[in-house]
Design a binder for this molecule. Structure first.
Ligand code: SAH
Ligand code: SF4
Length: 373
């Protein structure tokens, strides 16, 4: 595992402040208490630039801009897929780039957030894993992704037939959320907070490659939905595909999943990216059948998103369907994830890869316009 740089000395950001913290700030600034609620309401709508908080006095707007990092991210690039998926590349105010994805559907809209710049782990099929780990995001930077996407949905509504409000948050962008535990927990607190973004825990999913002690702590504090990047059901293969398995092998993961606090009608998702000839064989069906607990877990088969220089190919679609059927025949609930945003490479780490290939190239006028809309 690569070491993490400390982030403790950064100034507070507007996205991460709770209502009581905003009230304390107003008291310090000699402002009436109701101003905290006004700032909180703007922020929860995605408006973080004090100059756009129209009902605040100018002096307070200036004070906010001085005291806080109001917008820890700026939009560097935005791409919209034919299927409506939107992919965002953000520049951190303190340097570094992260990506987020908005996945709209008829009954929900999901934002996929990043938790680190790069990743501390090295899963060889993952493009983020092959990039250098740069830094852990702060809670404010994680939340700022959600807020920026909300702002974008308000500025440019989704096409008719798609859900207009942000409903779900998944931690499946760049980075390993549970290797950045403090900031991820703090961001979950604000997402769940009734005075914050007020998103139900049933609508939040944390995806992890399987850091066993951190999974247990997550379940104890935030029983949100859990997704595990399983990708292989024998230690020999998982040691290769998900190297953290060498530290927390399948038996330890099994125990931890058995202890996960599952609500009624809920399940843990086991993610399984399908690599042709690597983990899509008959013996892999048998290994999954031994590992998976069908009463508590569901297997989600994911199409491999290729990236330049990737050492593997994805399993063909028909083979994925046949693999899913073989699991179903063994009593395992298995689904094939519909691929979204293929035409804009809306996958883990890939927008950033595309952007660094055009290093230094400014956003187009249209993208800039949307960034400030
Ligand atoms: N680090 C966390 C969350 C981010 S990755 C984790 O590993 O779970 C989100 C998901 O995308 C994981 O299941 C990951 O294995 C998968 N993934 C990574 N690279 C991929 C690729 N090239 N194609 C398809 N899925 C990929
Ligand atoms: Fe990191 Fe997840 Fe990619 Fe593995 S799959 S390298 S844990 S982001």
């Amino acid at each position: 595992m690569k070491p993490a740089k400390p982030t403790a000395s950064l100034p507070p950001t507007l996205p991460e402040l709770s209502l009581p913290e905003l009230e304390a700030l107003m008291a310090e600034l000699g402002q009436p208490r109701f101003r905290a609620r006004q700032v909180n309401d703007w922020r929860n709508k995605g408006v973080c630039d004090p100059d756009r908080m129209r009902n605040l006095p100018a002096a307070l707007r200036r004070a906010l801009a001085e005291r806080l990092v109001c917008e820890p991210l700026t939009l560097a690039r935005r791409q919209v897929s034919r299927d409506g998926t939107r992919k965002y590349l953000f520049r951190l105010a303190r340097g570094g780039m992260v990506e987020s994805v908005l996945i709209p559907e008829a009954s929900r809209a999901t934002v996929c957030v990043s938790s680190q710049v790069g990743c501390v782990l090295d899963c060889p099929f993952c493009h983020t894993g092959t990039q250098n780990f740069e830094t852990n995001l702060t809670a404010g930077e994680i939340l700022a992704q959600v807020l920026a996407v909300k702002r974008d949905m308000a500025a440019e509504p989704l096409p008719t037939g798609m859900h207009g409000q942000l409903t779900h948050v998944v931690y499946m962008g760049m980075g390993e959320p549970l290797a950045n535990e403090r900031a991820v927990h703090a961001s979950l607190e604000r997402l769940l907070d009734a005075n914050g973004l007020n998103i139900s825990r049933r609508r939040i999913t944390v995806s992890t490659s399987g850091l066993v002690p951190q999974i247990a702590r997550l379940g104890a504090r935030f029983p949100v939905n859990l997704a595990i990047s399983l990708h292989a059901a024998t230690d020999a293969l998982r040691d290769r595909l998900v190297p953290v398995n060498r530290t927390w092998p399948l038996a330890r993961l099994r125990q931890c999943l058995d202890d996960w606090p599952l609500g009624p009608q809920r399940h843990v998702t086991l993610e399984y990216v399908m690599l042709a000839g690597v983990n899509d064989r008959e013996e892999d069906v048998a290994a999954l059948a031994r590992f998976v607990r069908p009463d508590r877990e569901r297997v989600n088969l994911i199409q491999f998103n290729p990236w330049p220089g990737a050492p593997w190919r994805g399993s063909p679609r028909e083979h994925m369907n046949a693999f899913a059927q073989a699991l179903i025949d063994k009593g395992i609930r298995a689904t094939v994830r519909r691929s979204r945003g293929d035409d804009i490479m809306a996958a883990c780490g890939q927008l950033k890869a595309g952007a660094s290939a055009n290093a230094g190239e400014p956003a187009t006028a249209e993208e800039e316009h949307r960034a400030h809309a």
